[in-house]
Write a protein that binds this ligand. Structure first.
Ligand SMILES: *[C@@H]1O[C@H](CO)[C@@H](O)[C@H](O)[C@H]1NC(C)=O
Ligand SMILES: *[C@@H]1O[C@H](CO)[C@@H](O)[C@H](O)[C@H]1NC(C)=O
Ligand SMILES: *[C@@H]1O[C@H](CO)[C@@H](O)[C@H](O)[C@H]1NC(C)=O
Length: 511
């Protein structure tokens, strides 16, 4: 019996639902479009010391070079081959990054673009990040190699060959997504080429994959590929560990394809999370923070242990993908920090923090005409992420993950890991608070008037440093101090005009 229980426990830890982060590290960050050399440095100088569990990196495989518009971010979602060779760096730089990040306990997760190859609108030639020839028109990708037989053109039943109706699950899976030529994942040969690519990454030392456009693939086809993957590299992971899998399934309800169809393969991205949280914090549709008392499955989300959650991602922060106008981003910094703070304090889901670059938005009829703009660059070469004396980033990189409020909430989540959701309080409006057992407590004031209230925190008596307004430093606090009395109660005052109208304290911020 004991042996059986042990097997069960170990089985869970090894499976595709576990991120394989080091113990005590509970969040990952998407360093969107960063170069491998910069990520390696960031792991060593910042992410490891601040308790980040891992990094989602942009697709590392060769992609089409798009010049009209000029080098958009989305060119990386147009594969040409499985050579590790992009604007972020070559295979040696990628290996160096994975090794250095793993060596300081920070995992690497690869954005795997396996549903399709470069689009039909792109002409034949060698305009690719490694110079490989390809011809989407004739379905010729000799650097893999793929040819006409390896695509779904015969299987797709729509007139245009494109996905025309999202209510028809078959065409969503068998037809082209915005012109991108659709790989025949039913074929053993195609599966084997994809598995070869993913196994190369696993052997280098990555911990798992975001599976791009999973909704556009049959769950069984994804499973057939995953079943042939190697175990993770035992230089950093325990024997028998399986790659962490999170599948991009945009399910906001109202379509026949649901996230739950993909649970057998791994976790899914819960897009309702950011869309709803944005609606609540913006107070749209009569939503209030007090309604968040049953946040999670109670809001129709997938089970917590199947969810990968985020406030925004690289698509919906610029109006692509899903979620619409309610999505909070660094452009709405005050609400954004509250949203990310709420996510990191709340026990639901496995959390991913977004880290972006700046671009000039240009709204035309409600649409951002600049939604395509690629990363900061010099003539197409991605710019280095420079670090300012105040620890923020330069050269156009936003680095939300370095904002004090967000970085400190990543630490909060690590401290309260495994603790229950406790001591909920609300005023029936937009003032709410909750604790995580006896390890942490957070209070929000998103009303248009000040908050002054005595609350049960569940924490041991003492003086705590609010990690939103400041940092604990040399045993002192650069921000607001909160006094918890021996009965666990504390007074909180938060002006509605505070720079950040929320306060968070935890076991490690005790003075
Ligand atoms: C909470 O909001 C209500 C209105 O719903 C208001 O009457 C009350 O004063 C607020 N509570 C606090 C503690 O500010
Ligand atoms: C802590 O910082 C405050 C100001 O933020 C200062 O007044 C106080 O003297 C400091 N305490 C110690 C023990 O350094
Ligand atoms: C909270 O404020 C009240 C009223 O000012 C005071 O009597 C009480 O001691 C305070 N509690 C704590 C824990 O500081």
């Amino acid at each position: 019996m004991k042996f059986f229980l042990l097997l069960l426990a170990v089985g869970f830890c090894w499976a595709q639902y576990s991120p394989h982060t080091e113990s005590g590290r509970t969040s990952i960050v998407h360093l969107f479009e960063w170069r491998w050399a910069d990520i390696a440095l960031e792991c060593e100088r910042y992410l490891a010391p601040k308790g980040f569990g891992g990094v989602q990196v942009s697709p590392p495989n060769e992609n089409a070079v798009i010049n009209n518009p000029s080098r958009p971010w989305w060119e990386r979602y147009q594969p040409v081959s499985y050579k590790i060779c992009t604007r972020s760096g070559n295979e040696n730089e990628f290996k160096d990054m994975v090794t250095r990040c793993n060596n300081v306990g920070v995992r690497i997760y690869v954005d795997a673009v396996i549903n399709h190859m470069s689009g039909s609108g792109v002409s034949a030639g060698t305009s690719s990040t490694c110079g490989s020839y390809f011809d989407p028109g004739s379905r010729d990708f000799p650097a893999v190699p793929y040819s006409g037989w390896d695509f779904n053109d015969g299987k797709c039943k729509t007139e245009s060959g494109e996905i025309e109706n999202y209510q028809d699950a078959t065409q969503v899976r068998d037809c082209r997504l915005v012109g991108l030529v659709d790989l025949a994942l039913g074929k053993d040969y195609v599966r084997s080429k994809i598995a070869e690519y993913l196994n190369n990454l696993i052997d280098i030392g990555v911990a798992g994959f975001r599976i791009d456009a999973s909704k556009h693939m049959w769950p069984g086809d994804i499973k057939a590929i995953l079943d042939t993957l190697n175990n993770l590299n035992t230089r950093w992971f325990s024997e028998g560990s399986r790659a962490f899998i999170y599948q991009e399934v945009i399910d906001l309800g109202g379509e026949p394809i649901t996230g739950s169809e993909y649970f057998g393969n791994g976790r899914v991205t819960e897009f309702k999370y950011g869309a709803k949280l944005g609606t609540v914090l913006r107070k749209w549709n009569g939503e209030k923070m007090s309604y968040l008392n049953n946040w999670g499955e109670g809001w129709g989300f997938v089970p917590s242990d199947r969810a990968l959650v985020f406030v925004d991602n690289h698509d919906n922060q610029r109006g692509h993908g899903a979620g619409g106008a309610s999505i909070l981003t660094f452009f709405d910094a005050r609400l954004y920090k509250m949203g990310v703070g709420f996510m990191l304090a709340h026990p639901y889901g496995f959390t991913r923090v977004m880290s972006s670059y700046r671009w000039d938005r240009n709204f035309v009829n409600g649409q951002d005409a600049n939604d395509w703009i690629g990363p900061p660059n010099n003539d197409g070469v991605i710019k280095e992420v420079t670090i300012n004396p105040d620890t923020t980033c330069g050269n156009g990189w936003v680095c939300e993950h370095r904002w004090r409020q967000i970085r400190n909430m990543v630490a909060f989540r690590n401290v309260v890991d495994g603790q229950p959701f406790t001591n909920w309080w609300d005023n029936g409006s937009n003032q709410v608070a909750f604790g995580r057992g006896n390890k942490g407590f957070i209070v929000f004031n998103n009303d248009d008037w000040s908050l002054s209230v005595t609350l049960q925190t569940g924490l041991p008596a003492g003086t705590y440093c609010d990690v939103i307004s400041g940092d604990k430093s040399d045993g002192n606090c650069t921000g607001i101090k909160i006094y918890v009395s021996s009965d666990g109660k504390a007074n909180f005052s938060i002006s509605n005009s505070a720079e950040d109208p929320f306060i968070a304290i935890h076991a490690d911020s005790k003075l």
